[in-house]
Write a protein that binds this ligand. Structure first.
Ligand code: CO
Length: 390
């Protein structure tokens, strides 16, 4: 169990956000309406836990009566638990009265339950656990089978495509980023051909094929153009799409991506993608790969062959045969063991419309990205309206 967040009831969220920005240098990274609770929540990152600013919605909002009776202030403290069912049982057995019979839907993809404050010294205590969100894919037909897309967030929000890395998938890799972006964007997670839920074609995997996957998904959703965020291989696909189909890309962000592939890097990457060797070196990772993809063994074989084509593909961007004109945010971690910082600097130099953010990090893995540090610059980049002067 750990302290997850502190709920603070506020009269005017804008004014409260200004105050907390001055106080903590933190701005709300996510706003979400929770109809079940009669609130709109604004989350701030406050280090070890979050702050949840609570704005009353509707006449019978419990937060409205709290504000009327007691004014602004701390409303509840919330602890995260692995299983809400088990916690509810323990609380009932210990004689605690809960405010609802069963767990309710809360903000941030969580199920929540409150303990009556008369039994807890006037402190309203929430317990929360991750809800299994709806990650059922839409399957979009491609000549070789189907690709899967996971669409989340408001339909009228700006569309944003999120692309995973080599041998990654939306559900098992980029989902946490999607959840952090889905209140501001219509987020479209795409499982690239052969990855996750998407069919593996008989033909070789190429950047053109992956870029066409994205276009097929956008066509099926009737989205003419979108922001695109990609990690590693996904970043390479995003750059290729922006260079070859510029009309489909608004703004681009590439995370831990290189376009300066050397033969040595390609060899190193291929080593990471050899399932037999992984079996010995990292059995847990090998097992995850087997479970997460439709056809893991052929997928890895194809991705290794694909990696061989990358030094030549990178050359096309390097020598100007392919040019990216969309405003681009290049995000690197300072000690990426696979792509040295020089690669990010060189990408930043080559794309004339690029900005650069370097985050502290020592791993080449999506789940190791410090999302709390990534979100503010990413958000600023994607919501900026001005073109970056080239
Ligand atoms: Co809460």
């Amino acid at each position: 169990m750990r302290l997850e967040h502190i709920g603070v009831a506020v009269d005017a969220p804008d004014a409260a956000a200004r105050t907390f920005r001055a106080l903590l240098k933190a701005t709300p990274y996510k706003t979400e309406t929770v109809p079940d609770q009669g609130v709109r929540t604004h989350f701030l990152d406050a280090g070890a836990a979050k702050l949840e600013l609570l704005e009353a919605l509707g006449e019978d909002s419990p937060v409205r009566s709290f504000l009327e009776q007691r004014g602004e202030g701390v409303h509840h403290i919330a602890f995260s638990v692995p299983s809400l069912t088990a916690t509810v049982e323990q609380l009932r057995a210990a004689g605690f009265e809960l405010l609802s019979e069963t767990p309710q839907n809360g903000a941030d993809d969580k199920q929540i339950v409150f303990v009556h404050p008369k039994q807890t010294h006037g402190v309203l205590v929430e317990f929360c656990a991750p809800r299994t969100p709806d990650w059922s894919p839409r399957r979009i037909a491609r000549p070789h089978g189907s690709v899967s897309a996971f669409v989340r967030g408001p339909e009228d929000a700006p569309p944003l495509v999120v692309l995973h890395g080599a041998v990654g998938s939306t559900r098992h890799e980029t989902a946490p980023l999607i959840q952090r972006l889905e209140s501001s964007f219509r987020v479209i997670g795409v499982d690239l051909s052969g990855h996750g839920d998407s069919a593996l074609p008989d033909a070789p995997l190429t950047l053109d094929l992956f870029a066409a996957d994205v276009c097929a998904v956008l066509d099926a959703l009737d989205v003419p153009d979108a922001h695109v965020v990609g990690f590693s291989l996904g970043g390479g696909v995003a750059l290729h799409l922006a260079a070859t189909r510029p009309e489909r890309v608004r703004r681009l962000a590439v995370l831990q991506t290189t376009v300066s592939w050397t033969e040595a890097q390609a060899a190193q990457m291929k080593q990471r993608l050899a399932l037999d060797a992984l079996e010995e070196r990292a059995p847990a990772r090998a097992d995850r790969i087997r479970r997460r993809h439709t056809a893991p063994t052929p997928l890895l074989r194809r991705v290794r062959a694909f990696v061989d084509t990358l030094p030549a593909a990178a050359q096309a961007l390097a020598d100007g045969r392919l040019a990216v004109t969309a405003p681009t945010l290049v995000v690197a971690v300072d000690r990426d063991p696979l792509f040295p910082l020089d690669d990010a600097l060189s990408l930043h130099r080559r794309v004339r419309t690029a900005r650069l953010t370097v985050l502290p990090g020592t791993r080449h893995a999506f789940h190791a990205l410090p999302l709390d540090a990534l979100l503010p610059p990413l958000h600023t980049h994607l919501t900026a309206s001005a073109r970056i002067a080239s």
